[in-house]
Design a binder for this molecule. Structure first.
Ligand code: FPP
Length: 238
């Protein structure tokens, strides 16, 4: 089935789940699953470019993931750094802006610096946007927004009477990025897992049994095909 170029989702968000299970099913260490998962990241960034998806947001590390064994966290941080240094040229080549959302100050300093550097170097690109959610939690994001709003009220620059949905949305981590049209979760779990709680309100959900390391372009296109068969109503009647 061919994709309808007029109905490509503008923004796809992905919960990249199943790296550990993929590794285990092959008798490998968990970190090997994350390594192969990084190859899927590369493949899906390219698939977005090739299929006209402008915004891609990937859940790379949640606020809850900090309880994992130290060695696994260290391994993930090394992979993240490697991903940024090795793939920066491709962001430039394709004019893709890189962004990160989450409690970034929780990350090791060298990762924070690398993120800031790549964000700055790609700031003006407009062909696509790759956003990594790092030390991210939907409730944490809303909590941070409420705190920022409360500060403005306290300082007198914001009247509580004018707080509406738009004001809240403006205080989220990346207020200029449109809400996701499609959210993909790999490896079968039927959960949102604290991902983009505010932004996913009207997003179409697609859950595949495939583990993230085996989720490549063909699987991504299949998700887009399913999305194109959905009827989005936003609360209206058909
Ligand atoms: C979920 O699998 C995946 C993660 C917690 C991390 C995602 C990280 C990567 C894809 C690799 C590095 C990232 C980038 C951006 C280069 P899991 O470990 O929860 O799998 P399981 O549920 O099978 O144990």
């Amino acid at each position: 089935m061919a994709l309808d170029p007029d109905r490509i989702p503008q923004h796809v968000a992905i919960i990249m789940d199943g790296n550990g299970r993929w590794a285990k099913s092959r008798g490998l260490m968990r970190i090997k699953g994350h390594e192969e998962g990084a190859n899927s990241v590369r493949a899906i960034v390219r698939a977005c470019r090739d299929n006209g998806v402008k915004f891609l947001t990937l859940y790379a590390f949640s606020v809850e993931n900090w309880v994992r064994p130290k060695a696994e966290i260290r391994g993930l941080m090394v992979l993240l750094r490697k991903y940024l240094t090795e793939n920066e040229y491709e962001l430039h080549e394709n004019e893709v802006r890189f962004r990160a959302i989450g409690r970034l100050h929780d990350l090791p300093k060298n990762i924070q610096n690398e993120i800031q550097r790549v964000e700055k170097a790609t700031l003006n690109y407009q062909k696509g946007t790759l956003t990594l959610a790092l030390s991210y939690g939907g409730r944490a994001e809303l909590t941070d927004a409420v705190r920022a709003i409360a500060q403005e009220v306290k300082s007198g620059s914001l009247d509580p009477a004018v707080i509406d949905e738009a004001v809240i949305a403006r205080h989220l981590y990346a207020p200029d990025i449109p809400d996701p049209d499609l959210m993909i979760r790999t490896s079968g779990e039927m959960r949102i897992s604290n991902f983009l709680l505010w932004q996913l309100s009207y997003t179409e959900l697609y859950i595949t049994e495939k583990f993230w390391p085996e989720f490549r372009e063909a699987a991504f296109v299949e998700a887009l095909e399913v999305y194109q068969q959905r009827q989005r109503r936003f609360g209206d009647i058909p």
